[in-house]
Design a protein around this ligand. Structure first.
Ligand code: ADP
Ligand code: MG
Length: 226
């Protein structure tokens, strides 16, 4: 469902060109559980941002569900992103002034879902993530693990087929990080494609397919049955 053909991403910094991704070819199938590992600066976030349509390649073709998304305009890309993709970040990226419930509700508002259905779906997700008694808390009133659970709820409320997580446990203690990984993994049981960037090998090794990056290139790609 995710197909990269000779994708590169360069950044111009001053008069220097940074090759964040070099000629990457990649095929990910629906429902796969993939980790992306590699040293800092190796292009992991760049790759994830491209998959998530938060960024565009400098060269190459990206097909999502058979559609060449590189040719789409910004608005069409935004629509595809809203319908198909959820994103979870290391620093949660919640809206500080909004409550947990409102943060989770936001994508539904953007999608024009009516208020009754919104309230119902938000309440259901709050409950399934063990956050019902934190619905009216603002992010700063929540622990790191709770914030990440709110972020996962927000990322999944539109029922995306692809969930991208960039170092989702990077700002959490080990035990809380494990809980967050389990939550993400549960989603794969419902058929969601999960791609997790991590530099924690213990987390990375849990994925059924492990991709390793160095210097803007995929240098390792192994699968295990599990
Ligand atoms: P990782 O997530 O593996 O740590 P990144 O994908 O963030 O790596 O970055 C890969 C390379 O691209 C790094 O050298 C980084 O400095 C550079 N880079 C990433 N984003 C930008 C940007 N917006 N502008 C300039 N350089 C960037
Ligand atoms: Mg990164």
């Amino acid at each position: 469902m995710i197909e990269f053909s000779n994708v590169s991403r360069n950044f111009l910094v001053g008069d220097q060109e940074v090759h964040a991704l070099r000629d990457v070819n990649l095929n990910l199938g629906a429902g796969e559980y993939v980790s992306i590992m590699g040293p800092s600066g190796s292009g992991k976030s760049t790759l994830l941002n491209l998959i998530g349509l938060l960024d565009r390649p400098s060269a190459g073709v990206y097909k999502l569900d058979g559609l060449d998304v590189t040719t789409l305009g910004d608005e069409q890309q935004a629509r595809v992103r809203r319908e198909k993709i959820g994103f979870v970040f290391q620093f949660f990226h919640l809206v500080p002034r909004l409550t947990a419930a409102m943060n989770i509700e936001l994508p539904l508002i953007l999608a024009g879902v009516d208020v009754e259905e919104r309230k119902e779906r938000v309440a259901k997700l709050l409950e399934s993530y063990g956050l019902s008694d934190r619905a009216e808390h603002r992010p700063e009133q929540l622990s790191g693990g709770q914030r990440q659970r709110v972020a996962i709820a927000r990322a999944t409320i539109m029922r995306p087929s692809v969930l991208l997580a960039d170092e989702p446990t990077g700002n959490l203690d080990r035990a809380t990080g494990k809980e967050v990984m389990r939550l993400l993994e549960q989603l794969t049981e419902q058929g969601v494609t999960l791609i997790v960037v991590t530099h924690d090998h213990e987390n990375g090794d849990r994925a059924l397919r492990q991709i390793t990056m160095v210097d803007g290139k995929i240098v390792g790609d192994k699968s295990r049955t599990g």
